[in-house]
Design a binder for this molecule. Structure first.
Ligand code: ATP
Length: 372
């Protein structure tokens, strides 16, 4: 599958008005999601935001307090997990230690015949090939690395040929380097099979790297559902802007709101300094379309990505003081202070002292407009 499934792909999983409460405590609420066939869809957000609960509701391990779960238009809300045709991989791979790798994978078939008219042994070999562990069927799970074991767990989940693959933080027990490699492998396997996949992670970078679309969850409800580029560049809320990467978020009062159409530039007063922010459709004709049009006097919140803040900029800039820097290899992440407002910049060269830091108006993204 070379391309991400488009918006016209049929809906594979739908959550409509779903809520889950425990003794009145809200785990998730107002969950409305449509996940498309073949899509790699990720639930991301901070601890406790309801990612795992949402996944468990899809798997059938939990029953919704309110709302409906549908697979391909069919209401599955009342079905137990074994009747939902889903493969699940959890955080701690939980392979059976007394079984070989091959027996673990074969266990995923339960007592069913493998799909495609092959023998169980052939199916196991095929699956181990798929997860890039050929010839390991007779090995002990204990003799494999954490990443390899997690791939065996994935092979076991895929064995019966489910319509849907659910992955709950499958890499959280692994070190960072291994996670990066494994996420590429997971994505490759998913593409090869074209299997609809719902993935849970608290790691925003991982979510952006692996997904066709992400749902950024906040307090039990998806805050924004969009492709990675969109949540990164055009966050809908301050929460998403701050959760996804090091966004610089500014709030101020609109002055000189220029008309209501086209590629307008708005001046925003922030404690006596004026910064200009583009509104209307972007120069490349993408994005910005959903932004509200501010009037003079409105409170405007906008964000600028760290890589879009430029040092020694002469216009649309403020003076800020370098507080600290983190060397990251290709770039350095520099933390600055602008009269009490923290700013984050990515640069190649080291920085010290007080510098002019600014941005091109087109690189700002308006998050919110509040009529005062
Ligand atoms: P984490 O990343 O920490 O796993 P999460 O985003 O997956 O978090 P959930 O595990 O879905 O979050 O939990 C959402 C909320 O629901 C939390 O406040 C949690 O305490 C609560 N919750 C989840 N399961 C139960 C339960 N069985 N009984 C009571 N409260 C629960």
């Amino acid at each position: 599958r070379a391309h991400a499934p488009g918006p016209d792909a049929p809906v594979a999983v739908e959550l409509a008005g779903v809520a889950k409460r425990y003794d009145g405590a809200v785990a998730v609420e107002d969950v409305n999601l449509e996940i498309r066939e073949g899509e790699f869809f990720t639930l991301v957000g901070p601890s406790g935001c309801g990612k795992t609960t949402t996944l468990r509701l899809i798997a059938g391990f939990e029953t919704a307090t309110e709302g409906t779960v549908r697979f391909g238009g069919r209401d599955v809300s009342g079905l137990p997990p074994e009747d939902r045709d889903v493969g699940v991989v959890f955080q701690n791979y939980a392979l059976f230690p007394h079984m070989t790798v091959g027996e673990n994978v074969a266990y995923g078939l339960n007592f069913a015949d493998p799909p495609g008219g092959v023998t169980r042994e052939e199916r196991v070999a095929e699956l181990l090939e798929l997860v890039d562990l050929p010839g390991t069927a007779d090995r002990d799970p204990d003799s494999l690395s954490g990443g390899q074991r997690q791939r065996v767990a994935m092979a076991r989940a895929i064995a019966p040929g489910p319509d849907l693959l659910l992955l709950d933080e499958p890499m959280s027990a692994l070190d960072a380097q291994l996670r990066e490699r494994l996420r590429v492998q997971i994505r490759t396997i998913q593409r090869e099979l074209g299997i609809t996949t719902v993935y849970v992670t608290h790691d925003q970078e991982e979510a952006l790297a692996i997904s066709d679309r992400v749902a950024v969850m906040r307090g039990g409800t998806p805050d924004q559902v969009a492709p990675p580029r969109t949540v990164y560049r055009e966050p809908d809320s301050r929460f998403v802007a701050e959760f996804v990467g090091d966004n610089n978020v500014f709030s101020g009062t609109a002055v000189d709101a220029a008309g209501s159409t086209g590629n307008d530039v708005l001046a925003v007063d922030i404690d006596g300094e004026t910064l200009r922010v583009a509104t209307g459709p972007g120069a490349d004709g993408t994005g910005r379309g959903d932004e509200p049009n501010p009037d003079s006097g409105d409170r405007v919140t906008f964000c600028v990505r760290p890589e879009h803040l430029e040092i020694d900029r002469s216009s649309n800039a403020v003076r800020a003081t370098v507080e600290s820097a983190e060397f990251l290899g290709e770039t350095t992440r520099v933390h600055l202070d602008w009269d009490g407002t923290p700013l984050v910049v990515r640069t190649r060269d080291p920085l010290t002292g007080t510098v002019a830091v600014g941005f091109h108006p087109d690189d700002a993204h308006v998050i919110d407009v509040e009529r005062l």
